[in-house]
Design a protein around this ligand. Structure first.
Ligand code: ADP
Ligand code: MG
Length: 436
């Protein structure tokens, strides 16, 4: 059976991902409705949990219909030592109404882009009647809406352990409701959802155009709000911009507090990455320049940012190499190419000269006075960090200098960044200017 599950997994994920993540898993036991697997490291266990849990559960259920849960543990020297969290059984979402314990307020990093949403979410989890209801969070994909929802659920449950909390996607709401209609059993569906203390429905844009689902959705909203229970909704846009949804639903949604989440700026991206790096196992060292590089380059959304970091750390562990800028560029080549705007050494030289009020010719000259030499070293450093050019090539472009001079400059600037706040902030500003 395990062999069949593995073959099916390989087919779904492709050889590469399968070999990297799923091949190392071993089946430990089948125990009632639970399959226990072991992974060779916490990292692989986490990754599998984050990326393949649904797939694993599905294939186990296919091969062995009694299996409902898949639990991963970390094996040390072939021994299973610490059991980690069970995987959330999403197949029975409406029955078990799960809140994902991985997402909390503590591991949500706050910045200008999301502080309104964050504050409103905190309020939703506080005791006493909230000053508004529902809470409607909206923003583009990958910016933390689902994270905040689960954080509300977890915080609320921590304060009210007996409370009934339901989280589900609007899509699931629709699918379950249609199934209930077909089975002529909408009563228990209604009862299940309308009897909770905190109801959270994610991605409500999915109910657009589905009339009977909208009808049910409207009554669910009314009942929850009318009973003084809490309702949290998210969508990819604001209520007034949602299309194909009944007017009365939209106005009901906008009744409470509508908070948006904006794309993270550089500072927030950096803080998020730093927070994620801090949670990595000790043996994964991610140098500062790599973190800055990722924060600069991966701007689309937080999910992609996280994915990039995961890919780099996972691959480094897999091949047993330290994480460097070089390594990061190679590992993420495909992702970066999509974002890359070609930065040239010329541009770097001109920007740095401008910034320090020098002439370009000074920067390339033989002069060794500190006010010229330092900016020159910084320009070399930036050329090394921000372009794929080699040390000898950079040397040539800086007035035919030797590659050891460039190497020395890179080391020197690295050192100075650790000691001198002003130089550090100059370099960071220049890097940002050059990124446009
Ligand atoms: P959305 O629901 O808006 O599409 P998610 O809540 O699924 O986005 O977030 C995508 C990923 O990014 C999740 O892993 C989430 O934990 C992470 N994330 C998003 N915003 C933050 C943040 N401010 N701090 C920490 N992690 C974040
Ligand atoms: Mg989401």
């Amino acid at each position: 059976m395990w062999h069949k599950v593995r073959m099916a997994l390989r087919q779904d994920t492709g050889d590469h991902s399968f070999d990297a993540w799923l091949a190392p898993l071993a089946l430990v036991s089948l125990d009632g409705d639970t399959a226990r697997l072991s992974a060779p490291s916490a990292f692989i266990a986490d990754w599998v949990q984050g990326h393949y849990q649904d797939l694993l559960r599905r294939h186990f259920a296919n091969q062995c219909p009694g299996i409902r849960r898949v639990v991963l543990a970390v094996a040390a020297n072939g021994q299973v030592t610490a059991a980690s969290r069970p995987l959330a059984p999403s197949a029975q979402a409406v029955q078990s109404l799960p809140v994902d314990a991985r997402y909390s307020f503590d591991n949500f990093v706050v910045g200008k882009a999301n502080e309104l949403a964050y504050t409103a979410a905190l309020t939703m989890a506080e005791p006493g009647a909230p000053g508004f209801n529902p809470l409607f969070l909206h923003g583009a994909t990958g910016l933390g809406k689902t994270h905040l929802m689960h954080a509300i659920g977890n915080a609320y449950l921590a304060r009210h352990p007996q409370a009934r909390v339901a989280y589900l996607s609007a899509e699931k709401f629709m699918v379950e409701f249609m199934a209930a209609m077909r089975a002529k059993d909408t009563i228990s569906f209604k009862h299940r959802l309308r009897s909770v203390d905190l109801l959270m429905i994610d991605d409500v844009q999915f109910i657009a155009g589905k009339e009977s689902t909208q009808e049910e959705f409207f009554h669910t909203m009314n009942e929850i709000i009318g009973a003084g229970k809490r309702l949290v909704l998210t969508a990819d846009r604001s209520p007034q911009n949602l299309e194909g949804i009944q007017e009365r639903i939209l106005s009901r949604m906008a009744w409470g507090l509508v908070a948006d989440i904006n794309p993270a700026d550089y500072e927030l991206r950096l803080n998020i990455l730093q927070a994620k790096v801090a949670t990595l196992a000790n043996r994964v060292q991610v140098p500062d320049d790599v973190v800055e590089f990722l924060a600069r380059k991966i701007t689309a959304n937080v999910r992609e940012l996280e994915g990039a970091l995961n890919r780099v750390t996972a691959f480094a562990l897999l091949v047993g190499k330290p994480i460097s800028l070089e390594f990061t560029r190679e590992t993420l080549a495909d992702l970066l190419r999509a974002h890359e705007k070609k930065l040239t050494i010329d541009e770097i030289q001109r920007k740095v000269a401008d910034y320090y009020g020098l002439k370009l010719s000074d920067l390339l000259s033989e002069r060794r006075a500190r006010e010229v030499a330092r900016p020159r070293q910084i320009a070399m450093y930036l050329a090394k960090k921000m372009t794929p050019r080699s040390l000898p090539e950079i040397g040539r472009r800086f007035g035919n200098r030797d590659h050891t001079t460039v190497m020395h400059a890179v080391k020197k600037v690295e050192e100075l960044r650790g000691q001198d706040r002003e130089i550090d902030s100059d370099v960071a500003t220049l890097a940002r200017l050059l990124d446009g």
